[in-house]
Design a protein around this ligand. Sequence first.
Ligand code: IPE
Ligand code: IPE
Ligand code: MG
Length: 234
Amino acid sequence: MKECRHLAIIMDGNGRWAKAQGKPRTAGHLVGADNVRTIAIAADELGIEYLTLYAFSTENWKRSSDEVGYIMKLPAVFFKKYMQEFLDRGFRMNILGELDRLPASTHKVLDEAMEESRNNTGLNLNICMNYGSQREITLAANAYAKDVLEGKAPLGIDEAGFEKYLMTKDFPPVDLLVRTSGELRISNYLLWQIAYAELEFVPESWPEFTPDVLKRCLAEFSERDRRFGGVKNV
Ligand code: IPE
Ligand code: IPE
Ligand code: MG
């Protein structure tokens, strides 16, 4: 089986899933958050080392204040329910995004989750919260320029040098990107990191994305022929 070390998922379709059940969109976000636990455990058991999940984008602020407010309160609910289990399993929580633009209480909960799991060496569970790839790259470019001005970095770094300024600096490139709910777009997610990722778009919404669907995605991934610009081995 071809190795998928780093799996990224655009967890889409919570709202439509809820609407289809006659429930408010927020009900979909609650079930979606619970599914993060289910899929993190399944991914860990399937040998994934890095699971990077898109929870809230820099564009999602456009939604109603009720919906945004609900999502901002979810991390506290989520970690209260599941943090102990994650710690027992050795998961390391990393939160990617511009956290200082989140409500202070949300930021605090996310910082605590990172701090509590900082020394763990198991699954890296990366949750992208107020994350946008263009913002990430812009921040990186600014940080690099500042380092040059302050004499801390040379002018003319290469790709590996630039990656050190990205929020994903500690992680390998994405092997497989899955988007749920049938939408065929990237929506400002990990643009640099998916340069050579395999892409899969599945019809299931995020609340319907079960460990069996994950296994199906990984089976398909293992059939792909990754060439990285080279020539197929025959
Ligand atoms: C994904 O589900 C969760 C977030 C973007 C916060 P959506 O809320 O986008 O659900 P749909 O796509 O509207 O169904
Ligand atoms: C992408 O989903 C963001 C997250 C899953 C967090 P969206 O639902 O926001 O994307 P668009 O608006 O359909 O492109
Ligand atoms: Mg959506």
